[in-house]
Design a binder for this molecule. Structure first.
Ligand code: SF4
Length: 96
């Protein structure tokens, strides 16, 4: 969930194994690994964190998404099936 909107839904195993939304990927990249010395490559989100009471138009994550393009700034993505038990709200995950 980002700024009050569900961005991805999946069973725990799938979401940890193969997150699809850019925000989910960034969140999970920050989770420490349980092995001593093991490291992930954390995805550092840049950009402004919008106010939840005045969210930006389009995709609410577009001010921080490293993959944002023009459509993201105007059109809100809807939650769509991305697998048998996975749903993602991202324009990059839509069929062509
Ligand atoms: S819709 Fe656009 S801004 Fe939103 S997560 Fe997908 S690529 Fe990023």
């Amino acid at each position: 969930m980002y700024l009050g909107k569900i961005v991805e839904v999946a069973p725990r195993r799938e979401i940890f194994a193969a997150p699809r939304h850019p925000y989910t990927k960034a969140l999970l990249s920050a989770v420490p690994l349980p092995e001593p010395g093991a490291q992930r490559n954390p995805i550092i989100l840049r950009g402004d964190l919008p106010s939840p009471i005045n969210p930006p138009p389009g995709c609410r994550f577009h001010t921080r998404c490293p993959f944002a393009f023009d459509r993201c700034r105007t059109e809100e993505p809807t939650l769509r099936a991305a697998g048998p038990e996975q749903w993602v709200a991202c324009h990059l995950d839509e069929p062509p």
